[in-house]
Ligand binder design. Structure first.
Ligand code: HEC
Length: 207
């Protein structure tokens, strides 16, 4: 029936194309259509367990992160399965699209005391040469304003060793992350991680 087919097409077009049309004129719509259902129309997600991915890392790192999910090099609940369906060129197009979007930070409930402690810990262990500008800089991954539950899972994975810096990144000097985290944990314990999460969650400034 013609009218049914038309309705179907209109519905899928509405779902997949229009949020992107709002977000950016030249989005690779078919490719990122799947992503936006979890990561938000332009990569700023609305849900606390789905990280925002707008402008949070450099394009090369985005591609590598997708390859790591695809090749099971990093633990994931969902991304391992999703990343399997795409080629490296697809990842590049996704990186370009999401890398070009501005991260919209949501207000989150945080504990001010923990956030204050977290800022000190950040300055001592995370800021220098890595998560610069209070975690707003994207060279090693934006932390400021990321969803707190997601940060908690991600930090827990680093903490128990299930997520590690890849060999490639270690060569580029990023292996220091585990060392710094271990140092921090030896001194501050798990409350140190919690404090960092509250600090990053307290940051809502847009840049
Ligand atoms: C069903 C929900 C869902 C869909 C669809 C989805 N993601 Fe994800 N994404 C997640 C979750 C949850 C995580 C955290 C890792 C995990 O547990 O899988 C994540 C993590 C990521 C990260 C890492 C963020 C970081 O902080 O390192 C990137 C990059 C990413 N996704 C990109 C994409 C792209 C590109 C697509 C589309 C091809 C996509 N995602 C589709 C849920 C989703």
């Amino acid at each position: 029936m013609r009218s049914k087919t038309f309705k179907f097409v209109a519905l899928t077009a509405g779902l997949v194309v229009s949020p992107l049309a709002l977000a950016s004129g030249d989005a690779p719509s078919l490719l990122v259509g799947t992503c936006i259902s979890c990561h938000g129309p332009a990569g700023s997600s609305v849900g606390p367990a789905n990280p925002s991915i707008a402008g949070i890392m450099e394009n090369d790192d985005f591609v590598e992160s997708m390859q790591d999910y695809r090749d099971d090099k990093v633990p994931s609940t969902i991304m391992g399965r999703i990343a399997r369906g795409y080629s490296d060129d697809d990842f590049k197009a996704m990186a370009e699209y999401f890398g070009g979007q501005e991260l919209v930070r949501a207000e989150q409930a945080f504990d001010a005391k923990l956030a204050k402690k977290g800022k000190k810990i950040h300055n001592k262990y995370c800021e220098k040469k890595c998560h610069e500008d209070n975690g707003y800089d994207n060279k090693k991954g934006v932390l400021a304003g990321q969803w707190m539950p997601y940060l908690e899972y991600a930090l827990a994975d680093f903490h128990d060793g299930s997520r590690k810096t890849s060999k490639e990144r270690e060569k580029a000097g990023d292996g220091k992350m585990e060392k710094k985290m271990k140092k921090m944990l030896d001194k501050k314990g798990v409350e140190g991680l919690e404090s960092l999460v509250h600090f990053y969650g307290s940051q809502t400034k847009s840049k």
